[in-house]
Every structure is written in structure tokens, then in C-alpha cells.
Design a protein around this ligand. Structure first.
Ligand code: KIV
Ligand code: NA
Length: 268
């Protein structure tokens, strides 16, 4: 199969086709995304929370990202794989090049994502100049949780204008796409119309060029209520629990394994 490219995603925007992106963190989930025909996978540093049980994305290391991204790349033949650069791994040009290099060369992703604009603009320019496709990430940027605090962003006119300027700056710096997280619906639509590159929203309304959701949120895999911006498309967590209980009960009752799951001595 031919793999989706960053240019394919841009062509989808031009044709008015909405882009569905989902996170994945391992081999079997990546293979499922491919089979379902989604064009792009994000190996998000959200894995710090949903896979490793941390409270934020801050403890995620570059080694974590490289290891998970490599598994995703082995599972996905068609989807474009984008990998997050973790917290404080792209603070300088040198560090950003090293981090992106490990993601592209060791893990084999086709693009990286980083959070913010401003001081990140020269970093985006350098990476793109070196041949690393970069996806931006604006609005709520989880790596800055200790600075920005509250979740929903850009709720007043001034902050909305700043976000639009940041998005335009990322586009000018060569970013191939931008994620927009937790901003008012009207701003999601406005930024999507202002940019020629695809704007992928999460909690940013239906007016974006595409959507991104976290695997565990849309598949009901975590205890407790999913975030408000998520929709649970299937209760897979419940299905797993049911299957595990059936297995436990059959082992207790001695009805598993049957002969079908057992090896017999050859007769004669
Ligand atoms: O890490 C992640 O999953 C993300 C998405 C929520 C955009 O950055
Ligand atoms: Na992320």
C-alpha cells in the first residue's frame, strides 16, 4: 500500500474532504487504524497519561516516544504517522534536530508535532529546511499546563487574534498542518478558513478541516468519564471486562480449556 503524505492531507483540505486523525501507541492499534482507512495517526505524548498512567504529558521522554512510535510505524502501512516531540526536547535548534532525527530515523515516523509558536517559529523553519515535516499545535498546549493552567483557550477577542497570528506564523514557517485544541468553535472555523494548510481540531468545533481524538477516549478504554470533546464510539473497555470475566469463570469451572485447545498424544 502507498502511504498517505503530508501533501495528500493538504490536497484533502483543498477538495473540502475532512481529515480524521486518531492517536495510537502500539502495533495492534496502528494496524486497526490502517484497516479502518484513517489517513493519519498521531503518536501523541498523551501516552504519558493514557498508557503510562501519569497525570500530565510532562514525564514523557524521547525514549518513550521513539519506542512507541516505532511500534506504530511497524503496524501502519498506509497511514501517515506523526510523532509528538516531548516536553523540553525541542528547546534549542540542536535539541530539536536531535529529537526529530531520532523520531524520523529510529522510530521511522514521517512527521513530528510540537507545541506553540513564538520561540518555536525558528525551530519549525529549521526542521522543515532539513526535511522534517512539522505539525504545529496551538490553543490548549498540554506541555505548558503549569504556565497556562485552565484548559479552554482563546476565549476573548485579543487572545483569539493572537492565536490566529500564531497559526499564520506556523504556516509561514512551513508547518504542513496545525492541531487546534480546546478553543471556541467560531475560532476553530476562522483559523481553518484563514490557513491554506489543514487545521485539525480537538474540542475546536466542526468548522476545522479535520478532527483528532485520543484512542482511549473514543473507545471507552479508561475508567471514569471521557473528556467533553470526546465521543465514545464503542465501549471496548466494557467488552474487555466482560471477556475477562468469562475467561475467569471458565477457568474456575474447569470448562476452559476444552480438547479443542489441548494437544493430544498421537495414537498408534
Ligand atoms: O498527545 C496527543 O494525543 C495530542 C492530541 C490530543 C492532539 O497532542
Ligand atoms: Na500531544
Amino acid at each position: 500500500p502507498v502511504r498517505t503524505t503530508t501533501r495528500d492531507l493538504q490536497a484533502m483540505k483543498r477538495r473540502g474532504e475532512k481529515i480524521a486523525m486518531v492517536t495510537a501507541y502500539d502495533y495492534p492499534s496502528a494496524a486497526l487504524v490502517d484497516r479502518a482507512g484513517l489517513p493519519v495517526i498521531l503518536v501523541g505524548d498523551s501516552l504519558g497519561m493514557v498508557v503510562h498512567g501519569h497525570g500530565t504529558t510532562l514525564p514523557v521522554s524521547l525514549d518513550d516516544m521513539v519506542r512507541h512510535a516505532a511500534a506504530v510505524v511497524r503496524g501502519a502501512e498506509s497511514a501517515l504517522v506523526v510523532g509528538d516531540l516531548p516536553f523540553l526536547t525541542y528547546a534549542t535548534l540542536e535539541e530539536a534536530v536531535r529529537a526529530a532525527g531520532r523520531m524520523m530515523q529510529e522510530a521511522g515516523v514521517q512527521a513530528v508535532k510540537l507545541e506553540g509558536a513564538g520561540a518555536m517559529i525558528p525551530i519549525v523553519e529549521r526542521l522543515v529546511a532539513l526535511g522534517v515535516p512539522v505539525m504545529g499545535h496551538l490553543g490548549y498546549t498540554p506541555q505548558s499546563t503549569n504556565v497556562i493552567g485552565a484548559r479552554a483557550q482563546a476565549k476573548d477577542a485579543e487572545a483569539a487574534q493572537k492565536l490566529l497570528d500564531d497559526a499564520l506564523a506556523l504556516e509561514a514557517a512551513g508547518a504542513f498542518s496545525v492541531v487546534l485544541e480546546l478553543v471556541p468553535k467560531a475560532l476553530g472555523e476562522k483559523v481553518s478558513q484563514a490557513l491554506t494548510i489543514p487545521v485539525i481540531g480537538i474540542g475546536a468545533g466542526v468548522g476545522c478541516d479535520g478532527q483528532v481524538q485520543v484512542w482511549h477516549d473514543i473507545l471507552g478504554l479508561l475508567p471514569g468519564k471521557p473528556p467533553r470533546h470526546a465521543k465514545v464510539y464503542a465501549e471496548i473497555g466494557e467488552a474487555i471486562e466482560k471477556a475477562l470475566k468469562a475467561y475467569r469463570d471458565e477457568v474456575a469451572a474447569g470448562t476452559f480449556p476444552t480438547d479443542a485447545q489441548s494437544v493430544a498424544v498421537k495414537k498408534g
